[in-house]
Design a protein around this ligand. Sequence first.
Ligand SMILES: Cc1cc2nc3c(=O)[nH]c(=O)nc-3n(C[C@H](O)[C@H](O)[C@H](O)COP(=O)(O)OP(=O)(O)OC[C@H]3O[C@@H](n4cnc5c(N)ncnc54)[C@H](O)[C@@H]3O)c2cc1C
Length: 401
Amino acid sequence: MSDVLIIGGGQAGSMVAINLRKKKFEGSISIITEEASYPYQRPPLSKGFLTGKTKIESLFFKSEEYYEKNGIKVLLRHRAIKLNTKKQEVILEDGRSIDYKKLVITTGSNLNKITSKEHKRIIYLNTLSNAIELQKQLKESKSVGIVGAGYIGLEVAATAKKMGLQTTVFEAEKRIMQRSASKEISNFIKSYHEKMGVEFKLNTIAERIEPTDKGVRIDLSDGKGSNPDFVVIGVGVQAASSIAEDAGLDCSNGILVDENCLTNDKNIYAAGDCVNYYYSRYGTRHRLESVQNAIDQAAIVSSSIVGEPILYNSTPWFWSDQYDLKLKIAGLSQECDLTVIRGKTEEIKFSACHFKENKLTAVECVNDQKTFMLGKKLIETESSITPEAMENTLTNLKDWG
Ligand SMILES: Cc1cc2nc3c(=O)[nH]c(=O)nc-3n(C[C@H](O)[C@H](O)[C@H](O)COP(=O)(O)OP(=O)(O)OC[C@H]3O[C@@H](n4cnc5c(N)ncnc54)[C@H](O)[C@@H]3O)c2cc1C
């Protein structure tokens, strides 16, 4: 029996436990994690960890001793397979069951897979063990094919290029970062990668990916093919919400929670990538995949459990590192109707500022920390600022290719 039982020992799950102890919560806490490692941060796995700049020891949020000393039981290599909300119990793969008073689901996301066979030269990047394999392939290979031009694919492309590999990115959409960044930013980042020597094949689907004796064969939708030494696939994720769904919790593109991260069961909270959260700022639900989102929602859950619910009005934000580009995004740029550019793209320090009905809704900043901080604050406080005041050059969305 656990007073607080957490399924998933990633960013959100570990932060819930750590926060609870910081708040002097004295009940028992257990984390069920299917992974072999204590909770660690994922962002460096597609960045500094690959080049060796970030050492493995610095990935972990806390040491093993911390969890022991603070009475947080971490059940490594244990997968939760079933939830019985009436009995308030979670069943593990080995047949054991654990009762809870409060349950927190932080199961993150599941990779979209486009291949059926596992192979060391076909890599999906979501865990430390995948990243270790990728690190090895990067060191030993001369060429890489990257399927998917989202953040993970592009960060790996930047690293591969820096390490001297011939790098080709295959993307099904017409532009890179279609889902996550504006056209302005996506066009800039693409041309930056091209300058560095990365080749892009847009509008191109990788239809078949098979290991060969020496590398990997990729058959493409344009009838052509490619034979890199290895391939990295980053074609998105989905909410890992099946355990909640099977137990009858309300789910739709993630576990549906209210502003306190509470599900439709009063004893069950959920946080992080697996959650579809109601943002009163936007009046809509969003499922976000970011560290900030996981940290913020973990804080909401732990505060709520100790009976000190917090009012949440934070602006979603995200970052990505590619070469010497530090991209930081605050707010949600979808559905904007006007974009102004602040700063100069030639100086590789600028921001795309997005407005909807004359209200600033998002800023996407390249090496421009000042505008990021300013924009985030303006969005948070819902201050009125005109596009003219944000810009250097006023550019209507229609003018961008
Ligand atoms: C390579 C990479 C780079 C990234 N870079 C950035 C970045 O630059 N900036 C940024 O903001 N975000 C980045 N992200 C995203 C960010 O890491 C995630 O949004 C964040 O980790 C989400 O936290 P979470 O706790 O919801 O899920 P996770 O951290 O994914 O943790 C979920 C955990 O639950 C476990 N689990 C799932 N189901 C079960 C089960 N049934 N039983 C037991 N355990 C289970 C999983 O194995 C996993 O360990 C990156 C992600 C990856 C993979």
